[in-house]
Design a protein around this ligand. Structure first.
Ligand SMILES: [Zn+2]
Ligand SMILES: [Zn+2]
Length: 214
């Protein structure tokens, strides 16, 4: 059996919200719901998916602002790495920087940790701490698939100029933690199209072999 990943492209920043479903049990997780939570709720309800988890790669407004609405509608335990709690506690201030309306995160908050495994039906999601874009950024792994939030994009990387960001940390997260997992792994980012670790290891202009900007 398998884990099915469905992506919804939502909101003014073209965020990717993922709904991960264990094929055998249909138990599901929502990863990063920022804008248009009603689209996520509709997707879940149309398929009558039991939502076990609401998972955040990190607590930037565009990945969190819709989580509470999703939780109120379809349930699910909310999980975030504790190093991003400060960002979660200042969602409204974050949004104001970009002209977005006030927002409140879900509660209670369950703490994610590096190396943790979360059982989703018959499948296991692994948690990899990948800071740099934000202090508590994590990447979720199932076999050869990574849901990497704003760490690594097709041809780009997450910005490091926001509070708590660090290029050195981000570079280490990508080169030291993700690339060694193998070229064949698929990367499902928080914005834009999917890619593979191999493609980015070779060609990424920031962290690839011939990086021009590092
Ligand atoms: Zn972000
Ligand atoms: Zn983002």
């Amino acid at each position: 059996m398998s884990l099915i990943s469905h992506v919804l492209h939502l909101g003014p920043l073209d965020n990717n919200t993922y709904v991960l479903t264990c094929e055998a049990t249909r138990e599901s997780a929502v990863v990063d719901a920022g804008f248009e939570p009603e689209a996520v709720i509709r997707f879940v309800r149309e398929r009558a998916l039991p939502v076990r988890y609401l998972l955040n790669t990190h607590a930037h407004y565009d990945h969190v602002a819709g989580m509470r609405a999703v939780q109120e509608a379809v349930g699910g335990d909310y999980w975030l790495h504790p190093a991003d709690r400060l960002l979660l506690d200042h969602l409204t201030e974050q949004g104001a920087m970009f002209g977005f309306p006030p927002a409140t995160g879900p509660s209670p908050v369950h703490d994610l940790a590096d190396g943790q495994s979360l059982a989703l039906g018959e499948e296991m999601l692994e948690v990899i701490h990948t800071p740099g874009h934000s202090p508590g950024h994590v990447t979720f792994r199932w076999k050869d698939d990574l849901w990497a939030g704003d760490v690594l994009f097709a041809g780009s990387i997450g910005r490091t100029d926001l509070p708590g960001g660090s290029f050195e940390q981000l570079e280490h997260s990508i080169r030291g933690r993700l690339f060694p997992l193998g070229d064949g792994l698929r990367v499902h980012p928080g914005h834009g199209p999917a890619t593979t670790l191999g493609r980015e290891r070779r060609d990424n202009p920031f962290v690839g072999e011939n990086a021009r900007f590092a």
